[in-house]
Design a protein around this ligand. Structure first.
Ligand SMILES: *Cc1c(COP(=O)(O)O)cnc(C)c1O
Length: 434
């Protein structure tokens, strides 16, 4: 074992050497040092604001749906570790990857039949885009190489995904001139239950029709736009996209990296609309938050198109593609999810969030409170003071990570009613002080 380091030493070295997400170097605010995690609780290495444990309101960015240190997922990881943690995927295959791919095909919308296992959500989006562009190239239509999306989206931090993130005010505004120029529709009108806006539907149809010659694909997050602004829209617009894409010969990609595996109340958000995409990206909750893994699924038409082209292969193959350890845990996580009435758990959390966040609507500085599935959002009328909001939540014994004007939570599905109430109290405290 290496020499133990004190929390103070670790934090000093962290500040000196370690980049954190969306952070400067050295970091501005000191991160909290987590020693271990179990169930819905993060155990801190030293108390902060009088708390040595925090209820996790973030599921580690939508991923830890079963909570931490889960015996079933631990067993899957241990079992696989003893067989092999990794072997290359070129020329070799293994049971964890095959089982996982078959399961993803079984549970996802019917037309999706083929699975590319990637190492992160952003890479799965890169692969989705490559699939779409290559499909049209193979069919002798190389001009079809642009993407259309609606504003307010988020698809990851690598190059192609950045080009379809919200172009204004988002994290990637800096790169506007350098990124491929995509086509942006207005953001979808807000509200999951809102009556579909005919003028907006016409706007989508018109843009897709006008650019059909140069469009490879439309890519959107179905029903919930996550890191681009935590907003919800009517599933009706997904049907509009499906129809317009079919009419004009454009592929449709659903990025379900955040919405997949039950978060919105449906196993996949596409189910709210009753439509299937041509390509779908999964990630985040895929391994129950244990390991990094993502998947790009596609239809047989897309796979055939690519495989009949001049270069009849999909030229992509990450070193850690199909990682057995991650695949085994993912398969166990999906089994665990489907073995319980997860829909009921999500509904229970939804009710708890509606109840507990209602009070936030009356706070000064709060613009809107919205809840869908196991997602609760309080939007302020100003940029949140991150340090103050985080401190207020920690004081309530809860971990939250607000951004922009948003204080939000998507708790693990195993979060008990008392802990959901506690998370809501912390969101309200953060809204008051942030
Ligand atoms: C998080 C996210 C991504 C990027 O996934 P990473 O694993 O962080 O690369 C892409 N799309 C959506 C919708 C996401 O929420």
């Amino acid at each position: 074992m290496p020499e133990p380091l004190t929390p103070g030493e670790l934090l000093a070295l962290d500040r000196q050497h370690v980049w954190h997400p969306y952070g400067p170097m050295p970091g501005k605010a000191a991160p909290l040092l987590v020693e271990s995690a179990s169930g819905v609780r993060l155990r801190l290495a030293e108390p902060v604001e009088g708390q040595d444990e925090l209820v996790d309101g973030m599921s580690s960015w939508w991923s830890a749906v079963h909570g931490y240190n889960h015996p079933v997922l631990n067993d899957a990881a241990h079992g696989q570790l003893e067989r092999m943690s990794h072997v290359m995927f070129g020329g070799l295959t293994h049971e964890p990857a095959v089982r996982l791919a078959k399961r993803l095909v079984d549970i996802s919308p019917e037309p999706l039949q083929h699975v590319f296992l990637a190492d992160s959500g952003s890479v799965s989006v890169e692969v989705a885009v490559k699939m779409c562009l290559q499909y049209w190239r193979s069919l002798g239509k190389p001009r079809k190489q642009r993407l259309l999306t609606w504003r307010g989206g988020y698809h990851g931090d690598t190059w192609q995904p950045m080009s379809v993130c919200d172009p204004d005010g988002g994290m990637h505004e800096l790169w506007q001139g350098a990124l491929p120029r995509q086509i942006f529709a207005d953001a979808p009108p807000a509200g999951f239950d809102a009556a579909p806006d005919e003028a907006y539907a016409a706007h989508l149809r018109e843009l897709i029709g006008r650019h059909a010659e140069e469009l490879a694909a439309v890519i959107v997050e179905p029903v919930v736009q996550g890191a681009g602004g935590m907003s919800f829209h009517s599933p009706a617009y997904l049907r509009v996209l499906r129809e317009a894409c079919d009419e004009h010969g454009v592929l449709l990609v659903f990025d379900e990296i955040a919405t997949g595996f039950g978060r919105t109340g449906a196993l996949f958000a596409a189910e709210h609309a009753g439509v299937a995409p041509d390509v779908m990206c999964l990630g985040k909750a895929l391994t129950g938050g244990y390991l990094t893994l993502a998947a790009t699924l596609c239809t047989t038409a897309v796979a055939d198109g690519i495989s009949r082209g001049a270069l009849p292969v999909l030229a992509h193959g990450p070193t850690f593609m199909g990682n057995p350890l991650a695949a085994a845990v993912a398969d166990a996580s999906i089994s665990l999810l489907l073995s319980q009435d997860w829909g009921q758990e999500v509904k229970r959390i939804e009710a708890g969030l509606r109840n507990g966040l209602a009070a936030a609507a009356d706070l000064p500085g709060v613009r809107e409170v919205r809840v869908l599935g196991a997602i609760g959002v309080v939007q302020l009328d100003h940029e949140v003071d991150m340090a103050a909001a985080t401190r207020a939540a920690v004081r309530e014994g809860v971990w939250l990570r607000p951004f922009r004007d948003l204080i939000y939570t998507m708790p693990p599905y195993i979060t008990g009613d008392d802990d959901v109430a506690r998370i809501c109290a912390a969101v309200c405290a953060a809204a008051r002080e942030g």
